[in-house]
Write a protein that binds this ligand. Sequence first.
Ligand SMILES: Nc1ncnc2c1ncn2[C@@H]1O[C@H](COP(=O)(O)OP(=O)(O)OP(=O)(O)O)[C@@H](O)[C@H]1O
Length: 339
Amino acid sequence: MTDRQLLLSVRDLHVTFPEERLTPVRGVSFDVRKGEVLALVGETGAGKSLTARAVLGMAPPTARLSGSVEFRGREILGASRAVYAGLWGRRLAFVPQDALSVLSPVHTVGDQLAAAVRSVSGTGRRAARDAAVAALEQVGIADAARRARAYPHEFSGGMRQRAVLAMAMINEPDLVVADEPTTALDPARQEQVLELLAELRESSGAAMLLVTHDLGVVAHHADRVLVLYAGRAVEAGPVADVLARPRAPYTAGLLASLPPDTPAVDRRLPAIGGAPPAPYELADLKGCAFAPRCPRADDHCRTEAPRPEPAADGHLVACHHWRELPAAPQQLFTEGTTL
Ligand SMILES: Nc1ncnc2c1ncn2[C@@H]1O[C@H](COP(=O)(O)OP(=O)(O)OP(=O)(O)O)[C@@H](O)[C@H]1O
């Protein structure tokens, strides 16, 4: 039976750089349903951005991709530029870390928004211009008609990121891929921009794939979460369930390292102890990539990689020992365990 709510379905995604003999994404699978927010979370180098870029058709040119990315029932992995050009901005939108990577320095913000509108519809110039100004108003840019005539470098960082949100949402896409959308902003602006993104997304009904390394952001802004480690999923499920009762030691370690009552904007992922394997080490890795940092690891973990298996309704975990862990496995990391 087909799931009519299914929007994006990624299966066994691998991203390889043949020249460097690196495979930073090693068989990632997940679904995004209409209107839902899936967060991809993990430490630096986990493969979050490469996964997001593979979905967008924006992987680095030297990357080789395999697996499957079905969007709206159609395979798009490895599709031609023409296919992606028909999706970008219209069905599939991108909010990057750095606004200047998507805004052209040589056109005014208003012209870029108007061009985005005209690229998907036969809207006339004046109507497109009005839509651009309305979009800037909607993202809280004061004096939008005048601001629309400014160039991106004349905007503050926060305003630029708002303009990028306006650009991403102006054609009401089905899926927004947001890659650490507030990292470049100062902490005071981060939550504002995330709230704005949530409002725009909710009012348009778009789904979102949200890349973040901040569990506070996951808690407040996602419906489901996929935890990545060394290019593989270690745990996935509804946010409330995964955060309240993590089944994978890695997720538990991330949660244990969050200081209680930390303001949302400061909840970055601190080190669990040790570091993830370097990309070049992954090729020869036999067992679970987290084993060297895991207090529960044994010979089984060091020799055989665990596969994701269902632990509860809609909750997957890849750990040989998930059934034997304490109900609050964060204890593994907080009770004087040396890692
Ligand atoms: N163009 C490239 N060529 C070779 N290796 C790459 C390339 N891009 C990324 N990688 C490797 O892939 C790994 C995963 O990169 P990715 O950007 O997906 O990580 P990430 O989880 O998004 O981390 P971060 O939070 O730091 O952005 C990195 O360790 C990097 O070494």
